[in-house]
Ligand binder design. Structure first.
Ligand code: MTE
Length: 302
């Protein structure tokens, strides 16, 4: 049964129980994917416990280029974005194409909290308690047809509310894509909240993708369009610089960005004792997702 969003729920109300439960889920390899995951998951969790970053860190150090390229631009300028009413156009190879209202989507989905590591291609990372639902559940609402192989996503482009889109930093609207099996993976979620509250605009309100084993730029914000297709879709960062940003963008400490190493990362908010931590293959979700790429050369498919 679908859980309705409760706006009066604060993070305090749902802690410590769900937090504890989620930690255990993470320890067990997340999503009950299987007992085989426990060993690897445990070792990782001990090495770097998933202590969430603070609300302040998660909402004031952002990448959302539609509002400017500075880390504080989104928190400064995204407040003016109108996020209600909101609808998502789902089209392409689906049985029930159409415009899906955000409220309608919420009423159909089961919301849950998951704490995921989030790793940016610029080699910083955060740990964020997300609320949302599995992307596969949303795709099921539209009915994926047999010929579909990829999912393409588009962000809203509303120039008068998005000052950053005056500059040709990227070919707007922001676009991203996943292979269908990546999109259907239980770790892939559509987030609608953080810390038990609706998503702040700077984090991609009212709904954004979160793919925890990929670099942060795959996690496209404020989605207005989802297209099921049989072709690998163009993606903004690949269009901007194909040598630096591939379609897959899996977190991989052994494949460097052409201009910098991807072997280590800096936890945002680490404070006085901050030191760089080794980056984990697939951002620590190797047990769960490595099989998606069996037989692929990850230095070519970066
Ligand atoms: N989505 C849109 N529409 N525009 C963007 O500029 N930046 C991406 C991704 N999604 C971006 C986007 C990048 S580079 C990262 S690291 C994450 O959003 C940042 O998400 P956060 O600000 O919630 O941490």
């Amino acid at each position: 049964m679908a859980h309705r969003w409760q706006n009066d729920l604060t993070h305090k109300d749902i802690t410590p129980e769900p937090l504890f439960w989620n930690r255990r889920k993470i320890l067990a390899g997340l999503g009950g994917v299987g007992l085989g995951a426990i060993g690897g998951g445990m070792a990782q969790a001990e090495a770097s416990p998933l202590e969430p970053n603070t609300w302040e860190e998660v909402t004031s150090y952002n990448n959302y280029y539609e509002f400017g390229t500075g880390k504080t631009d989104p928190s400064e300028y995204a407040g003016q974005l109108t996020t209600s009413p909101w609808s998502v156009e789902i089209d392409g190879l689906v049985d029930r194409p159409g415009s899906y209202g955000f409220e309608q989507i919420l009423s159909e989905m089961t919301l849950e909290e998951r704490i995921y590591r989030f790793r940016c291609v610029e080699a910083w990372s955060m740990v964020i308690p997300w609320q949302g639902f599995e992307l596969s559940d949303l795709l099921a609402l539209a009915g994926v047809q047999a010929g579909a192989k990829y999912v393409a996503f588009e962000t809203l482009l509303r120039r008068d509310e998005m000052p950053g889109t005056r500059y040709p930093v990227l070919d707007w609207p922001y676009r991203e894509g996943l292979r269908l099996d990546e999109a259907m993976h239980p770790l892939t979620i559509m987030a609608t909240g953080i810390f038990g509250k609706p998503l702040p605009n700077q984090n991609g309100a009212p709904l954004r993708l979160v793919v925890p084993w990929k670099y942060g730029f795959k996690s496209i914000k404020s989605i207005v369009k989802i297209t099921l297709t049989d072709q690998e879709p163009p993606t903004s960062w690949n269009m901007a610089n194909a040598r630096e940003y591939g379609f897959y963008s899996n977190v991989n400490p052994t494949v460097d960005h052409p201009r910098w190493s991807q072997a280590t990362e800096r936890r945002i908010g680490g404070g006085l004792f901050a030191r760089r931590e080794p980056t984990l293959m697939f951002n620590g979700y190797e047990e769960e997702v490595a099989s998606l790429y069996a037989g692929m050369d990850l230095t070519k498919n970066y």
